[in-house]
Each structure stands twice: as structure tokens, then as C-alpha cells.
Design a protein around this ligand. Sequence first.
Ligand code: ADP
Ligand code: ZN
Length: 215
Amino acid sequence: MKLILLGAPGAGKGTVAKMLTNLDGSVQISTGDILRGAVRAGTELGKEADGYMTRGDLVPDSLIMGIMEERLKEEDCQSGFLLDGFPRTIPQAEALKVLLEKNNIKLDMVVDIDVPRDVIFDRLCTRRTCENPECTAIYNTKSNPTKVEGICDKCGAPAVQRADETEEAIGHRLDTYTEKTAPVAGFYEKEGLLNTITGTSSDVVVDGIKKELGI
Ligand code: ADP
Ligand code: ZN
């Protein structure tokens, strides 16, 4: 399947994407995970992105498009992908449209996961993320804790609170989302690709997507 997952930070894009990859082997492409990997590895990209990310600002579109252009060319994307956290601005959506047309790729649909803001805020404050770039499992200290505190169940690496998951940065990320990313849903509505699914449970969202795709 070739899908875009839209939704606020903490709406469950990453969790839903991981569940969908188990269905047909499509790959999850998370620009946030790619950027965090680059920051940890200390690459040029990581050095450029770090400050924006810690503040809860968006990384410049040009950097993101460079990453995506390369990533979509890779062999593992050819049979299917789930874009998680991209596109996040109208210019990114427009550039993606050109990129897909150039490569003859057709999206199946765009899913907007709609979750109330108070639920989101609470979730982000209690989210824990596995540091291992090969794993990136997501936990929640209240609803889905690790078996051993601070250690990923799946791979044993530290499961930590992200640097941008302070209350201040979270508030800023949500404002950025409202201002810059929420309009992207309108872009895909005009393209006739948008499906909004309201639900705070990732299982319900995945079921809704399967039903839409007829699988
Ligand atoms: P979340 O969806 O929980 O906010 P992500 O892991 O998707 O988290 O993104 C973390 C940070 O990485 C963002 O706050 C932003 O700084 C940067 N980022 C990720 N994807 C993009 C993108 N498509 N455009 C600009 N910045 C991005
Ligand atoms: Zn892990």
C-alpha cells in the first residue's frame, strides 16, 4: 500500500504505521526517525536539524525534500510505503506531488488521524521512544509501559523521553501543527485522496484503513 498518514504529533501515526507494515511488508518512512538518527549519528544533516527539533520547530522544507527524494528511490519502497510525519507543510505536499508524478508512483490514499488535543497533550507527556534507530518502538508510561522501566521490551535499548517532549516544546509543536500542517489535509481533500478517521485507539484506526482499502 502507498499511504500518507497525517495527524497531530501524538495522534498515533507511528504506531499505526508500524501495525500496517505487518500487513503487507510496506515500509514505514518517518522523517522524524530519520532526523533523530542523523542527530544521534552527528551527521551534517543532524547538526542542521537538531536546533529546530529541540525547539519544536519544523526543519526547513529543502532539507526534508532532499531526504525524501533519496529515500523514495530505495528498493524497499517500491512495493509500498507509509509516510509518517511527511508532508508537514503545503510546499512539502506540492513538492511530493511533483516527485511522485516524476517517478510514476500513485498514492492509494491519505489518512488524517483525528484525535482531540487534550488527549494528545497527555499522551506526548507520557510517551517513551526506543533510542535504537533500527527499532524506534513507542511506549507510554500510563497505557503501554515497558516491562523494565526505561528499557525497550523489543531490543533492550533505552526507551526515553524525547528531547522535544518537554511541556514547552510540546505546546509549541502543537501550535506549529495547527498553523503549518493542519492545512495539508485540505490539500489532499482537493486531490480527492483524503480520509479522516477519528479514533483514539490505533486498532480502530487500522481497522478503518483496512476497510477503506478493502483488505
Ligand atoms: P511528532 O509527529 O511526534 O511531532 P516526528 O518524529 O514526526 O514527531 O517529528 C519530530 C520533529 O522532527 C518535528 O518536530 C520537526 O522538527 C522534525 N520533522 C519531522 N518531520 C518533518 C517534516 N516533514 N518537515 C519538517 N520537520 C520535520
Ligand atoms: Zn527497541
